[in-house]
Design a protein around this ligand. Sequence first.
Ligand SMILES: [Zn+2]
Length: 83
Amino acid sequence: MPCCCLQPEIPSLFMFIVFRCGCGRHLYARKDAKTRTCPCGKRILLSKVRVLSQAEDAAAAGEMVRRLQMGSREMTGFKPAHI
Ligand SMILES: [Zn+2]
């Protein structure tokens, strides 16, 4: 176990984050981006979003978004989660 006082930020393999817009759409964006504009017109601050998932590349992120989009149709209501 490394010393706890030496905790460098672990470089992540994941370059993309997957999140949800207030309109219900699932979106993905590069981690180093500041904002992402949803097709609904809303500009989302990536620092404020709740990250649902992460992906290594755009293809994987797109796939996750698609899966989430299908899943959300079956979902009944929100699960408020405060982390
Ligand atoms: Zn939206």
